[in-house]
Structures are given as C-alpha cells and as structure tokens.
Design a protein around this ligand. Structure first.
Ligand code: TRP
Length: 466
C-alpha cells in the first residue's frame, strides 16, 4: 500500500483520488463547515449564553484559534495523504518523533462518529420539516401551534427515529460513491443557494419590526453574563462550525492538489462560514423578539421561529419548503465530512471497499444515534452530568474532544513538525507564515488550555469535593 501511494516524482498520492480543482476543495470544505452548526446551533447557543459577549468571544476564537487550527489540519493532511490516523503516525515518525501521534487521529475518528450520531437526528428534524412545510402545516400558524408541532414531532421516537434513519441512509449513499463523484457534486450548488435564501430572509427580518432588538442582542456585550462555561461553549462552537479538531479537514486536505494555497483556501472558508452564521443570527433574533419568544429556549429555536415567520409570509409554503430543503443539503454535505475519517480508515486498514466501509460506519453511527433520538422523548428525564444523553454527547464532543484535538494538532504542526516542512506546505516563510506559526505555537494552544482549565476545573473540583 505504501509504495502505491508514492508517484514517480516522489510525491505522495492519496488512495482515494484528488479534488479536481482548488474550487472543488474550497467548496467541499465550505460544504462541511456550513451546516446545522451555523443555522441551528449558533443561534440557539448564542441565545442561551446571553448574546453579545458570547458572539464576540466566538468571533475571537474563530480568528485566533480556528484559523491556525484549520491551516494546520490542511497542511498535515496534504503532507501525509492518508487517513488522519495513518497520517499522524507517518508524520510523527518522519519528523523524528513518535508514531503515537496517531492517537490524535483516533480521537478524531471517534469524535466524528459521536457528532454524526446526534447531528443525524437533528438533520432528520430538518427532513421532517420539509414535509411539514410542503403540506402547509405552518400556514398562518400561531406561536403556540408552531411550538406544539415541534414538541409533538420530537416527542415521538418513532417519528424522529424514522427521519434519523432516512438521513443516515442518504449520508451512506453519497459517502459510498467516493470523493469526486459523490462529495464534490453535492456541494456545488447548495452553499450559494442557501446564502441567497438567507439574504432574502434577512430582508423579511429587517421589516419584522424588531430588527434592532435582534442586532442589539447579538452585538451588545453584557460581559457580566459571560462565565468561563460560556467561553468554553464559544470555543467549542468555533471548532464545531469550522469542522476542525477531529481530522475531517485533515482527511479533505489529503485530497488537495500540491499547488493550492492553504492560507487562501482557509480564509475563504472561514469568511463564508462565519458570514452564514452571522446572517442566520440576524434573521432569527429579530423574529424571536418580534414574536415574543425566548432566545434561550434551546435546540427548538430555529424550528419554531422560522416556520412562524414563513407562516405569515406570502408564498410562505414555498419558501419554507425551499429553506428546509437547502438546510437538509447543508447538513448532508457536513455529514459526509464527519464520517470521512472513519471510512478512509476502514478502507486503508481493514481492506474494505468504500461502499462496505460506508455501510458499516453508517450502521454504527445510526445505532449510537438512537441514544439521541430517545433523549427527546422516552428518556428525556434520564439526565446526568450535562443533561440528557444527547446533551452529554454534544458537550463531550464540541467542548472537550474538539478543543483537545485542536490543541494537539497545533502543537504537532507548531512544535513537532520542523520549520522546513510547514513552510514548504504553506508556500514559503513570509509574513503570513510567521503569523500562522506564532498563532499555532503560542496563541492557539495556550488559549485552548486556559479556557479548558478555567471552565472544566471548577466542575471537577465541585464533583470531587476538593
Ligand atoms: N461544521 C458542521 C456544521 O456547522 C458540523 C461539523 C462539526 C462537522 N465537525 C465536523 C462537519 C467535521 C464535518 C466534519 O454543521
């Protein structure tokens, strides 16, 4: 296997093929980054954590920590050209250190499976809302009716179990088709279309009467509401929304052509992802205040505000259906990235075909996801640590596993890899390189550690009573 991955010119090649162009890579990474994290999760956790101050911390985390982590992942991936575990093992040895760095890859494979397990459940809700929208459920509905629809839907394990199953089926289908045919085609149209529709909705939000309340909630920092716990949530969201910290971008980087600029691609993706999250917030919060809803209400936030707004709009049935269709696509292209490391690993190390690997992992994820399905109905009273099973999987992955993965990835790229290797991948030792290296060696790892320790230590101390 190893020899087949080195071409005549001595450069490594990926077993799984390569992106057909820089544009294809940027689209694929954007497709993985833009998803439920932007439209569903960002508004609801910003709402739960008090708005303004949280949003600012999140933006700072994206720029000072998210960007260097993403660049590190891409450069490591491209240098190794294997699945994240094998890449970390290979580069660990190549850089004169240890193959034990592969455990960073393994942490990511597990994080991806866990994230997808609940991501698929929420994506299933989106599929359900396509049908509800198209059949006119929300036409002229009141706030109470829209809330009752959400509660009734998620309260039925059969209903959300079915949509979860459907979504996993869709994911396996595209993953099985492989890199060029499957992943690239799916992202080409969806991101621009979603962006357009959000801009149209922004127009509606501006006229909703409470636009400035929404803006104020999002951008006026009330620092006294910000705890270390919220700072950790903001950091976790920066990782989650950019798809970093678990090797997904590393896996995508493995398929990146040699000559593509990593810095330029990262800047484009981060701008698109952050822009879409801000846009989603600017659409949702004015609607929350215009309709007297609670910004801190939790995972149901978009599923209640948007249908309510669509219900009052001329052409609402059409736009609502379109919106949830586009959001399904956004979730779908993100789901691909979440299983890619696990699938690439099975193909390379367990000698599976891509289709077999996709089906096996899909089944595993589906099964783990049943825990999240039941968290909204049968087992909603069964809580420990962070809350329900769903709450715990979400907290553990976003707020612990992703930041930890990001910490190890930047330490590896900044301290273990030699200057020559990283400068080679990042296109020379200019100012941009120096900025990246400073962030990757100091700012990102120290920032992540500080936030993790401050947020997690008091909890540990309280639990152990010391
Ligand atoms: N970024 C995705 C979103 O915002 C979710 C996500 C988290 C993800 N980690 C990932 C997607 C890794 C692909 C790969 O919805």
């Amino acid at each position: 296997m190893l020899s087949s991955q080195v071409a005549d010119d001595g450069r490594r090649r990926s077993l799984h093929g390569h992106w057909s162009s820089r544009m294809a890579f940027v689209l694929a990474v954007t497709g993985s980054a833009v998803g439920l994290g932007n439209v569903w999760k960002f508004p609801y956790i910003a709402g739960q954590n008090g708005g303004g101050a949280f949003v600012l911390v999140y933006l700072v985390c994206v720029i000072l920590i998210g960007m260097p982590v993403m660049m590190s992942e891409i450069l490591i991936g491209r240098r190794g050209r294997r699945n994240p575990m094998a890449t970390m093992a290979l580069l660990g040895r190549e850089e004169g250190h240890s193959k034990r760095w592969q455990w960073v890859g393994a942490l990511g494979v597990v994080a991806g499976v866990l994230i997808l397990s609940y991501y698929s459940v929420v994506a299933g809700w989106v599929l359900g809302y396509v049908v509800k929208s198209a059949t006119g459920t929300f036409a002229g509905a009141s706030a109470e009716q829209v809330s009752a629809t959400f509660a009734g839907f998620t309260g039925s394990w059969q209903a959300i179990g079915l949509t979860h199953t459907l979504f996993m089926g869709l994911t396996i289908f595209v993953v099985a088709r492989g890199v060029e045919r499957g992943l690239e085609q799916a992202v080409r149209f969806m991101v621009p279309a979603l962006l357009l529709l959000l801009v149209a909705l922004l127009g509606y939000a501006i006229n909703s009467g409470s636009f400035m309340d929404g803006v104020q909630f999002m951008f006026t920092p009330a620092w006294e509401k910000l705890s270390w716990g919220s700072v950790l949530v903001a950091l976790g969201q920066a990782f989650f929304t950019l798809s970093i910290g678990m090797g997904a971008i590393m896996a995508y980087g493995a398929y990146l052509p040699e000559e593509t600029s990593i810095t330029g691609s990262t800047a484009t993706v981060v701008a698109a992802d952050t822009g879409i999250a801000m846009l989603a917030g600017l659409v949702i919060f004015p609607l929350v205040f215009a309709n007297g809803l609670d910004p801190a209400e939790g995972p149901g936030l978009v599923f209640e505000t948007l249908p309510l707004a669509f219900g009052k709009m001329p052409g609402g049935v059409f736009f609502s259906t379109l919106f949830f269709v586009l959001l399904s696509f956004a979730a779908w292209t993100s789901a691909l990235g979440l299983v890619e490391p696990a699938v690439a690993w099975l193909v390379e190390h367990r000698n599976r075909t891509r289709s077999q690997a996709a089906v096996m992992m899909g089944f595993l994820v589906w099964f783990v996801g049943l825990g999240s399905v039941l968290s909204f109905n049968v087992l909603n009273e069964f809580t420990f640590l962070a809350g329900t099973i769903y709450d715990n999987v979400d907290y553990l992955t976003s707020n612990i596993m992703l930041p930890l993965g990001g910490l190890l990835i930047t330490v590896f790229a900044g301290w273990i890899m030699c200057r020559n290797s990283t400068a080679d991948e990042l296109g020379g030792a200019g100012t941009m390189y120096k900025a990246w290296r400073g962030l990757a060696r100091f700012v990102a790892p120290i920032g992540i550690l500080l936030i993790l320790i401050n947020a997690v230590w008091p909890t540990i101390r309280a639990t152990l009573d010391i």
